[in-house]
Design a protein around this ligand. Structure first.
Ligand SMILES: [Zn+2]
Length: 232
């Protein structure tokens, strides 16, 4: 199965669904990360630094590839026709079975509009009449991950076995999460930020009886043909 995980900025996938991405890689799935922007508006880190860190984090996660769509940071627009077309092209080129997207209810405006943008593109990718230059590609399903705030999840993935690697992937974004070295102080490089990431994972894990979990919402009902699947 091929999975395409979208982030708005180069560290969003790691923060929101990194444990699930690493787990999927370990299970033999073909996983690719697509970042919509280079994160040029962030308080710390040059575009070159951020690109190198994103590549290092991709190596830590073990994903097959990581692409950047080069959309304008702080100006992600969910209904902008050119941005929609770029994301549709990405999906049609990479042909994922499942797409993982940020929540469009995130308080960060770029995350929210990015979530809307990717969902719109995932739908239009399967519409044959939309931009006929590339063959239509219907995405089978998509999962929505939590951003800056928690939500009541529809699905929780047990990421107990991959949490430590997820933290290493987050810390690969040194310009964002490591204080000092002349960097501006931000909520991301505050000493307690990683505690928040762990606390969230522990809360979601507790809800399904494991140590660490990542919560997702589903855009449509989960199709079931064997009740045994409900018992793991
Ligand atoms: Zn972000």
């Amino acid at each position: 199965m091929r999975i395409l995980a979208f982030g708005i900025h180069p560290d969003d996938v790691e923060l929101g669904c990194g444990g699930t991405v690493i787990l999927a890689v370990s299970q033999g799935h073909d996983v690719i990360v697509a970042d919509l922007s280079e994160g040029t508006a962030s308080s710390n880190g040059s575009p070159e630094e951020r690109a190198a860190e994103a590549a290092e984090a991709a190596r830590v996660m073990g994903v097959r590839d990581r692409v950047n769509l080069g959309l304008p940071d702080t100006r992600i627009a969910g209904e902008d026709p050119e941005q929609v077309e770029k994301v549709v092209e990405c999906i049609r080129d990479l042909r994922p079975d499942i797409v993982i997207v940020p929540s469009s209810e995130d308080p960060h405006p770029d995350h929210a509009s990015g979530g809307t943008l990717v969902k719109r593109a995932a739908y239009l990718s399967g519409v044959h009449g939309y931009h006929r230059g590339r063959d239509a590609w219907p995405v089978r399903n998509y999962l929505i991950y939590a951003g800056r705030t928690e939500f009541e999840p529809h699905v929780i993935v047990d990421v107990s076995s991959t949490h430590d690697t997820k933290v290493r992937a987050i810390l690969a974004h040194r310009s964002q999460f490591v204080a000092g070295e002349g960097r501006r102080p931000t909520p991301l490089n505050a000493p307690d930020f990683l505690e928040f990431i762990e606390a969230r994972s522990r809360v979601y894990g507790r809800m399904i009886g494991c140590r660490y979990g990542e919560g997702f919402r589903m855009a449509k009902p989960f199709a079931l043909n064997d009740l045994g699947l409900l018992c793991g």
